[in-house]
Design a protein around this ligand. Structure first.
Ligand SMILES: N[C@@H](CCC(=O)N[C@@H](CS)C(=O)NCC(=O)O)C(=O)O
Length: 171
């Protein structure tokens, strides 16, 4: 069975939606890096970043990185329609997933944990980093909207992994 390490209101929601579209059995383990628990120790053993989503596959192997997990599920379960069948559309969907991971998900990690990116900085300097990163994040979403038109969905005629990740990460 799949085992999804996740947390409410986090990026793991995208993987949970995808697992449901794949119609596979999974168990969700609630864990978050700042909340000490047995589940967190279990998560750290699988993913030293202690981040969610982390997905353990039925064969015991571990997948991290939301975009990679969604691409894997889309390829492994074509009937889920997570990825478009047509190669050109599929390439654009994969590009969009990687775009979100690189340009939108990463800045959120800086906004949530600015102290990880500045050694010995005072609060005012941290807030400056947070504010600059937020502006960059909004710009990156605006450029995403320009480059990935909905037709009517980002994934084409039906909603897919790109729609799911965009919906979750914008929230
Ligand atoms: N590169 C990872 C980022 C995952 C991530 O930042 N997850 C957040 C929750 S949305 C998290 O676990 N944050 C806790 C931490 O970084 O300590 C991905 O693309 O999946």
């Amino acid at each position: 069975m799949y085992q999804l390490f996740g947390h409410r209101q986090s990026g793991s929601a995208a993987v949970e939606v995808a697992l449901r579209l794949c119609d596979v059995a999974y168990r969700r383990v609630d864990a978050y890096s700042t909340e000490d628990s047995e589940a967190l120790k279990e998560l750290e053993a699988l993913n030293p970043h202690k981040q969610v989503p982390t997905l353990q596959l039925p064969d015991g192997s571990v997948l991290t990185e939301a975009a990679a997990i969604l691409i894997h599920l889309g390829l492994a379960f074509p009937k889920s329609k997570l990825l478009p069948d047509e190669p050109g559309q599929r390439a654009q969907a994969i590009r969009g997933l990687v775009y979100i991971a690189a340009n939108c998900y990463t800045p959120i990690g800086i906004i949530d944990f600015p102290e990880r990116w500045l050694n010995d900085a005072d609060e005012a300097t941290r807030q400056q980093l947070v504010s600059g990163t937020k502006q960059r994040l909004y710009r990156n979403w605006a450029l995403f909207a320009d480059q990935f038109p909905a037709q009517p969905f980002l994934s084409g005629a039906e909603p897919g992994a790109l729609d799911i990740l965009a919906a979750v990460i914008t929230k």
